[in-house]
Design a protein around this ligand. Structure first.
Ligand SMILES: Cc1cc2nc3c(=O)[nH]c(=O)nc-3n(C[C@H](O)[C@H](O)[C@H](O)COP(=O)(O)O)c2cc1C
Length: 309
């Protein structure tokens, strides 16, 4: 691993640089490698994997918007067994780290997937996507602190050999309370955040543009809101707990990424930008490298949380 100014340790996992490709935006493992040399980024995150295969929602499940895009993919994926047998082996040859994203509709489903991910040497960090409704009460794990804490305490029993990260939902009144519940439950890293609940309507046909009516907004329009959330979570919970944040939302260029670092993120995710230009992370890495040097720092870690100072 390079030891340049961008190299970091995220919850103890060494990364060449802080750029992480976001869950669901770059396939299962290495599909984006034809367009983006993965040796130049820190980590790839798998799309969220559920116990059983899922076809996801009917089309349309992605639509554009002036601020980014709306999606309602519905966790389409091949399911745990096929992922482990046919997709995950490609991660052995990756020149960067690999994070496994877990989704589920019950505590038991999360446990089964997380336990297999814990045993897989290809996976450096297990990331929980908690923006999923629990089939037993219909409430999203990521929108209720008690449900989140209970889920995490259970998952911590099976994720023993590597860090457990939690991807917070922004669709809550108090994201700091959710971050606190996650850290109480044993989260060793926090991803801030998932997509924002949103809707788009075709005014001529009067039809919802997404088949499911609603979906999640991602892209540049959410970036300033997520910068504020990262800062709130950093000051409210993460700094004192020593838990790193991955800032994720609308990063298109190095300035957006640098903002996340100054707000309190130790690493930076990119998702929607990959749909516009899969090579965008390369420019972000180069821009961050020059910025860290201009700031007179030896390591980007020195700039984490330094907004306002
Ligand atoms: C098409 C699409 C699919 C996504 N699938 C997942 C997923 O499987 N699991 C997950 O945790 N987040 C998923 N996300 C959310 C992204 O990982 C990310 O949190 C969000 O898009 C905000 O970052 P961005 O503005 O850089 O895209 C998806 C986003 C998009 C646009």
């Amino acid at each position: 691993m390079s030891s340049g100014p961008l190299s970091i340790h995220l919850a103890g996992v060494p990364l060449t640089n802080p750029i992480v490709l976001a869950a669901g935006t770059c396939g299962y493992v290495d599909e984006i490698a034809d367009a983006l040399p993965l040796s130049r980024i820190g980590a790839v995150t798998s799309k969220s994997i559920t116990l059983e295969p899922r076809e996801g929602n009917a089309p349309w499940r992605i639509v554009d918007s002036p601020q980014g895009m709306l999606n309602a993919i519905g966790l389409a994926n091949v399911g745990l067994n096929e992922f482990m047998q046919k997709r995950l082996p490609a991660a052995r040859a990756l020149p960067c780290s690999f994070f496994g994203s877990v989704a589920g509709h019950s505590v038991e489903e999360y446990l089964t997937v997380a336990e297999r991910f814990d045993a897989a040497p290809e996976i450096a960090i297990v990331e929980l996507n908690v923006s999923c409704p629990n089939t037993s009460d219909g409430l999203q794990f990521g929108e209720h602190p008690d449900a989140l804490r209970t889920l995490l305490r259970a998952v911590k029993q099976v994720v023993k050999s590597k860090p457990l990260s939690v991807k917070l939902s922004p669709n809550v009144g108090d994201i700091v309370a959710m971050a606190r519940a996650a850290v109480d439950g044993g989260a060793q890293a926090l991803v801030v955040s998932n997509t924002f609940s949103a809707m788009a309507i075709d005014v001529e046909s009067r039809a919802f543009r997404l088949s499911r009516g609603r979906g999640g907004l991602s892209g540049p329009g959410i970036h300033p809101i997520v910068v504020r959330m990262v800062h709130d979570v950093y000051l409210g919970v993460a700094r004192e707990a020593g838990v790193p944040i991955i800032g994720l939302g609308g990063v298109c260029n190095w300035r957006d990424a640098a903002e996340f670092i100054l707000a309190g993120a130790s690493a930076v995710g990119m998702g929607t930008a990959l749909f516009i230009d899969p090579r965008a992370p390369l420019r972000v890495v180069d821009g961050l490298d020059a910025w860290v040097r201009r700031q007179g720092c030896h390591s980007i870690a020195e700039l984490v949380g330094r907004a306002g100072s």
